[in-house]
Design a protein around this ligand. Structure first.
Ligand code: ADP
Ligand code: MG
Length: 373
């Protein structure tokens, strides 16, 4: 167990921690906004992760006490009284409410959360938080829950009334199931997944653009929620249940839709095809091809899904023209956030620093190199 955190735990809760668990943050390599359209995604775990230390309550009561190192705040509530406070305590409250609803036998606990997954950067600090909580509670109370079930519970917790974020299942599956150095190819029609080892000749570079979702250009329609509605509307107009029912051969039908529904559907259908091609390219170690697919994916997110920002387009352009980089693209939900790039092994750090510096010079915005950490 992490000694430094053990000391903090002891001083916050006046008892030792019984258990320590972890959950990684994630980056999506390709397949954006496809998860809620029953499509394909290819996320992988990153080195940054959430750590949870947890103990049963000394007097076995129903109180839950949580200390967040990042928030430097200790909060508490009683099991059975979960209600939204519009803060970070909503995540544990959503988890314990759901577990009780599902009939799991739990009691109060003391827990410490510490995470080096940057908050709100598109690397899924929220899913890492939910997954690590579920893992800790599973371990502490001996619950029989698989890692896939943990992902599904985490998604329901995030979707539910307390947190109220209508997110897909990708983040939670990646945080619960993916390993560093290995991508998780997921088919959301079945939630079946396949582990795809990443070639040892390449490494990832992740750079945060310095643009947060909250200060991204939004005319009221440039957000996650609107895009989900547009996909549903596209299905309605096409008389299908989900965009997964369409393939590249259906592009003529898709192109005939009114804008922006044609654009949104075209992104999802072509992005699904690109995920399959990327998996195939990784399997044969064709990194140049992966780079091309990253570029095509970025263009589709920019032009058809309208989820990029001018500065992020520039960041991708700077990265793409670096000789150590095979390809780069926006990653995550968009409207701000990070880019992911594939670099030649051993060259990621230098390339990442150079790209970040040029971006800062040209935009005046301070980016952050997140990987290599
Ligand atoms: P992302 O998942 O992209 O990082 P979200 O907005 O979905 O961004 O989730 C960020 C939220 O998750 C934070 O505002 C906070 O409420 C919660 N969170 C994540 N990590 C921690 C942490 N270590 N301590 C407390 N809350 C956290
Ligand atoms: Mg999140």
């Amino acid at each position: 167990m992490n000694q430094e955190l053990l000391t903090v735990f002891q001083s916050q809760f006046q008892q030792p921690a019984q258990l320590e668990v972890h959950a990684a943050g994630r980056v999506n390599l390709i397949g954006e906004h496809t998860d809620y359209n029953d499509g394909f995604v290819l996320p992988t775990a990153i080195a940054q992760r959430a750590t949870l230390q947890i103990s049963k309550r000394v007097n076995s009561d129903q109180t839950v006490r949580l200390y967040s190192v990042q928030m430097n705040q200790k909060l508490e509530y009683n099991l059975g009284t979960e209600t939204s406070t519009h803060g970070w305590l909503d995540y544990p409250q959503a988890v314990t409410q759901l577990l009780q609803f599902e009939g799991y036998e739990i009691a109060g606990f003391d827990a410490l959360i510490s995470s080096d997954v940057p908050l709100g950067s598109g690397l899924s600090s929220s899913a890492a938080f939910l997954v690590v909580l579920l893992r800790g509670i599973r371990g502490l109370f001996g619950l029989e829950i698989t890692d896939l079930e943990i992902a599904k519970l985490a998604q329901r917790a995030e979707n539910g009334a307390i947190v109220g974020a209508r997110v897909g299942l990708m983040d939670q599956m990646a945080c619960s199931l993916a390993h560093v150095g290995e991508a998780l190819f997921i088919d959301f029609k079945t939630t079946q997944f396949e582990r795809v080892p990443l070639p040892k000749t390449a490494e990832l570079v992740i750079i945060h653009s310095g643009i947060m979702h909250s200060n991204a250009h939004d005319d009221g329609n440039r957000n996650y929620k609107t895009r989900r509605h547009e996909c549903e509307k596209a299905c309605e107009l096409l008389g299908i249940k989900t965009l997964r029912d369409l393939e590249i051969g259906d592009l003529e039908r898709i192109n005939a839709l009114p804008s922006p529904y044609s654009n949104r559907a075209r992104h999802v259908v072509t992005e699904n095809a690109r995920v399959l091609k990327t998996v195939a390219a990784f399997k044969v170690g064709d990194l140049t091809r992966v780079g091309e697919l990253f570029a095509e994916s970025h263009a589709s997110m920019r032009d058809d899904y309208d989820m990029s920002e001018t500065e992020i387009d520039l960041l991708v352009e700077i990265a793409t023209s670096n000789s150590s980089i095979y390809g780069a693209r926006l990653t995550g939900g968009g409207f701000g956030g990070s880019i992911v790039a594939l670099a030649k092994i051993g060259e990621g750090r230098v390339a990442g620093e150079k790209i970040a510096l040029e971006y800062q010079h040209r935009t005046g915005i301070t980016p952050k190199l997140l990987t290599p950490a």
